[in-house]
Design a binder for this molecule. Structure first.
Ligand SMILES: [Zn+2]
Ligand SMILES: [Zn+2]
Ligand SMILES: [Zn+2]
Ligand SMILES: [Zn+2]
Ligand SMILES: [Zn+2]
Length: 236
């Protein structure tokens, strides 16, 4: 698909939006979720859109819900609070909604790749967790990524939560102790295989790279390079 360098978007009709690339996280003015990498920006205003939010199709289908017609809305339809079925965050802006079933997806969540590849191994998007999430320890609702070895599972929601915590910490300039505390809460990639020492090392190296890929995909651009600040938190 061709990518336009400049677009007009109905949510910001007064100015052109320019395609740009950032390694600094931003909040998308469309879906109100965090983003990184490619985005469309108004250079006069503080206005950014995820690429997925800026160029969304009016109707999409998703492999997890083959019978659904997801229609694009700039505002969540109806008066009830809506939750994204992928990441479990509130829907506060742009959304794909199926009228018949009531499913909701953020544009970036709807765009999450079914397979992520860190160069060597694959991580698969799953509708339901079959084993516990590496961060929350649960098998709660929401989508997740599962490693090829099936030993590493992460909720999309858990990755988002993790990022928000680390960014809040950075923006608030919290002291080093707090940062260290946050780092220890980042899903540890060590020791998720028990008693298979040699395999552990190989698989954990794979996982560290893959988590970066997962994070950038969740932020709307699987090809984005995670900036040093976020990267440092993830690699621990
Ligand atoms: Zn967005
Ligand atoms: Zn503007
Ligand atoms: Zn449906
Ligand atoms: Zn979502
Ligand atoms: Zn989890």
């Amino acid at each position: 698909m061709k990518i336009d360098e400049e677009i007009f978007h109905t949510s910001h009709p007064q100015h052109k939006l320019k395609l740009q690339y950032t390694e600094t996280p931003f909040i998308c003015d469309g879906c109100k979720e965090a983003g990184i990498g490619l985005n469309y920006k108004c250079e006069q205003c503080e206005f950014d859109l995820h690429k997925a939010c800026a160029v969304s199709a009016p109707v999409i289908i998703h492999p997890f819900y083959r019978k659904c017609d997801f229609r694009f809305y700039e505002r969540p339809p109806g008066t009830a609070m809506r939750i994204c079925d992928a990441c479990r965050n509130d829907i506060l802006g742009f959304v794909f909604h199926c009228n018949r079933c009531g499913f909701d997806l953020h544009p970036c969540c709807a765009n999450l790749p079914q397979v992520l590849d860190d160069g060597e191994h694959n991580f698969y998007l799953c509708l339901k967790l079959s084993s516990s999430c590496h961060r929350c320890g649960g098998k709660g609702p929401g989508w997740s990524y599962r490693s090829e070895c099936r030993n590493y599972n992460l909720h999309v929601s858990c990755v988002k939560e993790l990022l928000m915590e680390s960014w809040q910490a950075m923006y608030l300039n919290v002291d080093n102790n707090k940062m260290r505390e946050l780092q220890t809460r980042i899903p540890s990639l060590k020791g998720h295989h028990k008693g298979k020492a040699r395999k552990v090392r190989k698989c954990c190296q794979i996982a560290a790279g893959a988590v970066r890929v997962i994070v950038s995909a969740i932020l709307g651009d699987p090809t984005a390079i995670i900036g040093a600040a976020v990267g440092a938190l993830i690699s621990n």
